[in-house]
Design a protein around this ligand. Structure first.
Ligand code: AMP
Ligand code: MG
Length: 488
């Protein structure tokens, strides 16, 4: 629901900047259904005025009006360093539709654009569009993407590219950075307004808690701990976990140089600009915890409304200390499911971690390996398991498979049942970089068919989709090292 703060210290009221001669690059009929947009037989809006609205060229369709677009201000920590004021530098919140905020990313300059041009390029817009919808289909909380609209408007990055606008949907795009902004400017009235808005619209049960703001903080931490555990379980690396890119609803937002793991490397860095590996795969949980610490600092003035600073800090520190506990529980539960384990046993963490270690040592494909585990016949010798050939140390992996099968037998696991359960949590299809790259290159030549095809495949990531099996394969060697940076 809508971001309702108004006034110069919180938002800028402005119109999107039009793009010339817009055209559809991608459209998600599934996201359109979420906000009740009627579609034609091709899966695009019946009402053609949506194209102009989602391009940022108009503010009304036959049935919807967006009379008060805004950009919001936030601040944040970037790569661990306080960056001061940021804000929606290229995202414009058009308004609300069916309880979702509708935001146009790349819709032109705002007060918060700093040195930027307010635009987004086709390449990064396609990536955000596809990944938002893919993550949703994987069951991972995320902002949705309704469309990508392109234009031949040139945009300068490392080279000249063309502009696109990605229309995003979320119940709220409120971020940790919004709280950090009003805490850092010591605008406690605004800070309180923001927290009250969040509670009233998205965490209504906090209102009846003994201490609503503390409860709110705890629930935000829980959601983000669960979120990052879900990322780890599908091998998703966000790439830029700055505090301004962290949602206070616990949803994945701001897709940039993200990546799904191909070959499993625990310290994989997906963002070419992240030289120190701050946002590497294995550091994501710790970094999310760190971001929750930033949020805790911003919450101190809220708790202080009712108690001393010391007591406020103590309460928040205690709440924050629950983050690793929640994360650990969810992580274990998700990886048990990935292995098809129905019960929890003491040595499970060791079993999971030794598999991950072996995968790391042999650079085994993350998605394929977990998908393939479902095919194990627990009554056949381990030497018949095809995947053992993916590992360099066969004796070690044979031992692991033997332990795994013993573990499955200890809970009387049935092959067919387990396979069904495992295939419902281990996707066959994820948005591998090389797949996105093919769609992008075709789109840059005005062929958008691959965007549509990839979207369709990724909307059913757990289904076999035999006709698309090549999309489940790891990248060919020449495409395995695509570099994705912050440039977007
Ligand atoms: P990001 O890393 O994409 O989340 O962006 C960090 C900050 O830079 C946010 O405040 C963005 O709005 C802003 N920003 C990024 N790219 C641009 C751009 N091309 N024009 C204006 N602002 C931008
Ligand atoms: Mg951002």
């Amino acid at each position: 629901m809508a971001f309702t703060l108004r006034g110069d210290d919180a938002v800028q009221e402005l119109q999107p900047s039009p793009i010339p001669a817009p055209y559809w690059v991608g459209f998600s009929s599934s996201a359109a259904k979420l906000v009740n947009i009627p579609l034609n037989d091709n899966g695009y809006p019946k009402d053609e005025s949506w194209l102009e609205v989602l391009a940022g060229n108009s503010l009304q369709t036959q049935s919807s009006q967006f009379p008060h677009p805004i950009a919001t201000v936030y601040s944040g920590h970037q790569f661990g360093v306080w960056a001061g004021q940021l804000g929606d530098g290229r995202a414009i919140l058009l308004g609300e539709i069916a309880d979702q905020e509708l935001q146009l990313k790349g819709a032109g300059k705002t007060l918060y654009s700093r040195m930027g041009d307010g635009r987004a390029v086709l390449r990064s817009s396609i990536r955000e569009f596809l990944c938002s919808e893919a993550m949703h289909a994987l069951g991972i909380p995320t902002s949705r993407a309704l469309s990508v609209v392109g234009s031949d408007l040139p945009v300068l990055r490392e080279s000249i590219e063309t502009a696109a606008v990605c229309a995003r949907l979320a119940p709220s795009f409120m971020r940790v950075g919004h709280f950090e902004h009003f805490a850092s400017t010591q605008n406690i009235a605004r800070l309180k307004e923001l927290a009250d808005l969040l509670i009233d619209q998205h965490y209504p049960d906090c209102r009846i808690a003994k201490d609503p703001y503390l409860e709110l903080f705890q629930q935000i931490c829980q959601r983000n701990a669960n979120l990052v555990a879900q990322w780890q379980a599908v091998g998703f690396c966000h790439g830029v976990l700055n505090s301004d890119n962290i949602s206070v609803l616990g949803i994945t937002i701001d897709y940039g140089p993200f990546g799904f793991l191909d070959q499993f490397q625990i310290d994989h860095i997906c963002n070419h600009s992240d030289q120190g590996g701050r946002y590497a795969y294995h550091r994501q949980p710790q970094i999310m915890h760190w971001n929750m610490a930033c949020l805790a600092s911003a919450f101190i003035p809220l708790l202080e409304l009712d108690r001393s600073q010391e007591e406020s800090q103590e309460l928040l520190t205690k709440a924050l200390s629950q983050f690793p506990v929640v994360y650990g529980q969810t992580w274990q539960s998700l990886f048990r499911q990935k292995l098809g384990l129905m019960t929890a046993q003491e040595d499970d963490v060791q079993l999971i971690e030794s598999l991950l270690q072996a995968m790391h040592d042999s650079k085994v494909d993350f998605t394929q390996l977990f998908r393939g585990l479902a095919d194990i016949n627990i009554n056949a010798p381990v030497t018949e398991i095809k995947m053992r050939n993916d590992f360099l140390d066969r004796d070690a992996i044979d031992q692991w498979f033997a332990d795994y099968i013993a573990r499955l037998k200890s809970e009387s696991s049935i092959d067919a049942e387990r396979k069904l359960n495992m295939n419902a949590v281990n996707p066959k299809y994820v948005l591998r970089n090389h797949l996105a790259q093919v769609a992008i290159e075709k789109a840059q030549h005005k062929d958008f068919s691959e965007v549509t095809k990839l979207l369709k495949i990724l909307e059913s990531p757990f289904d076999e989709q035999e006709q698309y099996t090549e999309y489940a394969s790891p990248p060919p060697p020449d495409l395995s090292a695509i570099e994705v940076s912050c440039s977007s």
